[in-house]
Ligand binder design. Sequence first.
Ligand code: NDP
Length: 436
Amino acid sequence: MGATEAKTVHSPALTYFSMLSLLSLCPPFVILLWYTMVHADGSVVQTWNFLKQHGLQGFLEIWPRPTAVAWKIIFVYGAFEAALQLVLPGKRVEGPISPTGHRPVYKANGMAAYFVTLVTYISLWWFEIFNPTVVYDHLGEIYSALIFGSLIFCVFLYIKGHVAPSSTDSGSSGNLIIDFYWGMELYPRIGKSFDIKVFTNCRFGMMSWAVLAVTYCIKQYEANTKVSDSMLVNTTLMLVYVTKFFWWEAGYWNTMDIAHDRAGFYICWGCLVWVPSIYTSPGMYLVNHPVNLGPQLAFYILFAGILCIYINYDCDRQRQEFRRTSGKCKIWGKAPSKIEAIYTTTSGETKTSLLLTSGWWGLARHFHYVPEILAAFFWTVPALFNHFLPYFYVLFLTILLFDRAKRDDDRCRSKYGKYWKLYCNKVPYKIIPGIY
Ligand code: NDP
């Protein structure tokens, strides 16, 4: 893989436009979303009217300055997660072989880190050592500190990629913006074993999702002395999703985020800032908008959400089981149908990959995105339909995954050539069977 790969997916003009737009618009958007959820009743119209009336000055007043409390919370949380990543025991796991022939090795201790984190956090609250409402009350300052801190972190990744890359899977496209945005190193590490992408994507980003979901629940409880059923459904579904993630974390190390996307603004800033703010936002909204769904509706939404999370998990599991056993497994009770795809690595070696064409992977080439999007809808719908903003994550995820399906298809087409064409002929739909 070359760092230039990303820029060839869309036209150069569109690529530069989207990179510069995301670099400049994402940080203020995080603050506006937080402000609207927490201080403007979740109403985009209210925030819009405020900005219309007060202009840029008003926006700067909204933007909280990073405070010492915010930095302390981020630092303690980050250091705790880094320590767990380093010290907790875990099985040795090998990642997929990279185009330059490098195979990363990991310690699979994500589930243990997840368990220790949640037990510690809830115990701190239970024994009145630290109240999670402090996190909610300083959320704006925390996001503000994360925005700036993570930008500096991405500069560090850029410099490290130039002067001290950790492996051969590194390189410059010759363009500063592309290198900063898409990253330079595929597998950056500190020392031999501290994997930076495992830290940013899994242990900081995904873990913060669970920690904040619990925080929102506790905040609502402390404010109202009870938790609404809408909040319970939302928190449960988010926790089931994140639990699934850590259960399958070693599988995540085989996906595009880790095996194809380099460590830069797109992935790392996204996981350090966008995940804790945007991904958790339906819960953030519910804190001040408790809805009473009633047991029957709450149960149906919960059931539908869990089913979608399970199907999404099963799609990933099926693909990985199929690859792990070199196709010698059962898919939906039968021997899998497959394509043997031959490709050449950048070092000129000829290799073979198996492409599964039955089971979930026979319905559409990226069918797994359908239950992913539906699950997000089901943990948002407890907020009902008074405001659009809680649904922003669902909308964002839909755009992200449709774009990702295109990026992945383009990458696989250039990797597998005629074999990918064969797969497309056999499984013609990209995401939604019979429609798209
Ligand atoms: P994956 O990386 O898991 O799958 C795509 C890769 O699988 C391809 O690049 C190709 O890699 C290989 N592949 C493609 N078709 C086949 C086939 N038929 N048989 C075997 N292998 C195949 O996809 P994602 O990283 O996009 O998704 C992983 C999970 O993460 C999903 O559950 C998804 O929903 C979730 N996700 C969530 C996001 C969020 O923000 N909430 C964002 C993105 C993903 P190779 O080069 O090895 O052939």
